[in-house]
Design a binder for this molecule. Structure first.
Ligand code: PBG
Length: 330
């Protein structure tokens, strides 16, 4: 009596395993999130994201040159806004000389071929730490959409290739698409955070940008009235379908690892590229366990990034991108 099939034959050694591997990650898969801060010669390590930094514009130049050399060709920009420039309406977000607008130009001047994506949401600019405008304990939808549309236009004018609304207000994709078309930005893309869950995994990111909701009367303490409930699956399909209908070029699921079922559902259902954001808390967990010697960092990073792609991600936004590419390059 022999087994009918011996699947272990295809696992015999590294050569055969490489030959039959279904999912292979490469630098082409990655989108690199970058945090930018005011100042000079700054490369500030983020306390809850060891090994990840906020860069002043001069240091940003070095970083994007290095990324390009490694084969990383897309970045997603976030800015840390000085406290005195924050207000409820995020007015600073549309300053043509604001930090984001200068960061876009800096990347494009340094490496013109680098694809520049920008985060569109009010939270880094909001005195309340919300993605939209706050009034009487609520986040206003349509007024916020107007602000986010102006913000997107401002990024497009500064040279962004793709704007990435991460706010989860209803109707913002259509509004942004129409405004971009009206101004002639027909080639400026939209990557919509379409299935973005209200997640506890965003904690370290909010430390990085000092953008957490403030603890104040009449200010919601969480983002659950706009970001999705993590118990929901069908709703992710509805959100995604609406964003595609409204003009999204790329859709996104966020966070990554806990939501790979959603990634697969969306990949099976729609024909636009799907991005996944492996978020700050996912980075922090692995870093912390590795620092304690409880996990093999290199192995876990490659395993998770491969799993994200296997689940259906065409694009992975990851804080591990640089380390992963170095590992892949041997
Ligand atoms: C802004 C935004 C957030 C993240 C990306 N864009 C924070 C939030 O929604 O509170 C989180 C990214 C991460 O945790 O790495 N709306």
């Amino acid at each position: 009596m022999y087994p009918l099939r011996r699947n272990r034959r295809l696992r015999k050694n590294q050569a055969i395993r490489s030959l039959v591997r279904e999912t292979v990650i490469s630098p082409d898969d990655f989108l690199v999130p970058l945090f930018v801060t005011e100042g000079n010669n700054l490369r500030e390590e983020i306390a809850s994201m060891p090994g990840y930094y906020r860069y002043s514009l001069d240091q940003l130049k070095q970083e994007v040159k290095e990324l390009w050399k490694l084969g990383l060709k897309s970045v997603l920009l976030f800015v840390k806004v000085p406290e005195n420039l924050k207000d409820n309406k995020g007015t600073e977000a549309i300053n043509p000389d604001g930090l984001m607008q200068r960061a876009i130009k800096t990347v494009k001047d340094t490496v013109p071929e680098m694809l520049v994506m920008t985060d569109v949401a009010l939270d880094p600019y909001s005195s309340y730490g919300h993605d939209g405008i706050v009034e009487n304990g609520r986040i206003l939808n349509d007024e916020s959409v107007d602000a986010l549309t102006e913000m997107s236009l401002s990024h497009a004018r500064a040279g962004a290739d793709i704007v990435a609304p991460s706010d989860m207000m209803d109707g913002r994709i259509l509004s942004i698409r129409e405004a971009l078309e009206d101004e002639g930005f027909i080639d400026t893309g939209i990557m919509s955070y379409s299935a973005k869950y209200a997640s506890a995994f965003y904690g370290p990111f909010r430390d990085a940008l000092d953008s957490a909701p403030v603890d104040q009367k009449d200010v919601p303490k969480d983002k659950k009235t706009y970001q999705m409930d993590y118990g929901n699956r069908i709703e992710a399909l509805r959100e995604t379908e609406m964003d595609i209908d409204e003009g999204a070029d790329i859709v996104m699921v966020k966070p990554g690892l806990c939501y790979l079922d959603i990634v697969r559902d969306i990949k099976n259902e729609f024909d636009v590229p799907v991005a996944v954001y492996q978020v700050s808390g996912e980075y922090a967990m692995i870093k912390a366990a590795a620092e304690k010697g409880w996990l093999d960092y290199d192995a876990v990073v490659l395993e998770q990034l491969t799993a994200i792609k296997r689940a259906g991600a065409d694009i992975t936004a990851s804080y591990f991108a640089k380390d992963a590419v170095k590992l892949l390059n041997g």
